[in-house]
Design a protein around this ligand. Structure first.
Ligand code: F6R
Length: 240
């Protein structure tokens, strides 16, 4: 694992955007796994600025959303699809057909998960997967206890995650989600994990330096051959 620590979340976001842009310049047909939530917001803003300045071209890039909430219309402002469109995708020149989302409105979400796996395979796999980390160490919606070889599937959200999500959903927090599995994530050729803020310091230290255990899903990243970690000073403050 390569771990980089930056002064604050703005600088972290800019460096992460440079990292992604450089991957796209090397491979204009990059298959990019995207996350939602607070973590990537600075990075996405910078990617949009870089695109507007003509520094990076997304016209051949393909994207796959990492997860989605169930029991929520995809048009809900905090569905992962809406968040990705609003914070990043609508500002870039990625053709709509190249954007992939987990279809939570499918009458058969389990087969939608399987179709997602097949689509990822069809395009040759994920080249670069972005990740954030939950307060309980989750990756995507792979909560503690998720098997390391899990695939894209429907999952129950833990109380920690539901409490965290109440900031977006109030009392109507989704109880379930669809997420790429840990096995799916680990097949990405390259991974970029980002985390900022003091609240993440403990879990970041456990995930990066503690034992590799399903109790801390993100600890599996210690076994990935090409994982870069970008932290701000606060998130790095408990690293041994
Ligand atoms: C979102 C996702 C989640 C978040 C994690 C951190 O697509 O995959 O695992 O990355 O919950 O959330 P934030 O960034 O809001 O702290």
């Amino acid at each position: 694992m390569k771990i980089f620590v930056y002064e604050n979340r703005e600088i972290l976001g800019k460096e992460a955007a440079k990292f992604i842009a450089s991957a796209i310049r090397k491979n204009p047909k990059l298959v990019l796994g995207l996350i939602t939530g607070e973590t990537p917001l600075e990075c996405y803003k910078e990617l949009v600025r870089m695109y507007q300045r003509g520094e990076v071209d997304f016209s051949q890039v393909k994207t796959f959303a990492l997860d989605e909430y169930l029991e929520l219309p995809l048009s809900h402002p905090y569905s992962c699809k809406s968040q990705l469109l609003e914070t990043l995708l609508r500002y870039l020149n990625i053709p709509h057909k190249n954007m992939h989302f987990l279809d939570a409105s499918s009458p058969n979400p389990a087969s939608a998960c399987q179709a997602y796996e097949e689509e990822i395979k069809r395009v040759g796999g994920i080249d670069l997967q972005l990740l954030g980390i939950g307060l309980n160490g989750h990756l995507g919606l792979n909560e503690p206890g998720s098997p390391f070889d899990s695939r894209t599937r429907i999952v129950e959200l833990t109380e920690t995650t539901k409490t965290y999500l109440a900031r977006y959903f109030g009392e109507r927090v989704p109880k379930k989600g669809m997420t790429m599995g840990l096995g799916t994530i680990m097949e990405a050729r390259e991974i970029l994990l980002m985390a900022h803020g003091q609240a993440k310091a403990d879990i970041v230290a456990k995930a990066l330096k503690g034992p590799v255990t399903t109790k801390v899903p993100a600890s599996i990243l210690q076994r990935h051959p090409a994982c870069t970690v970008m932290l701000d000073k606060a998130a790095a403050s408990r690293l041994p």
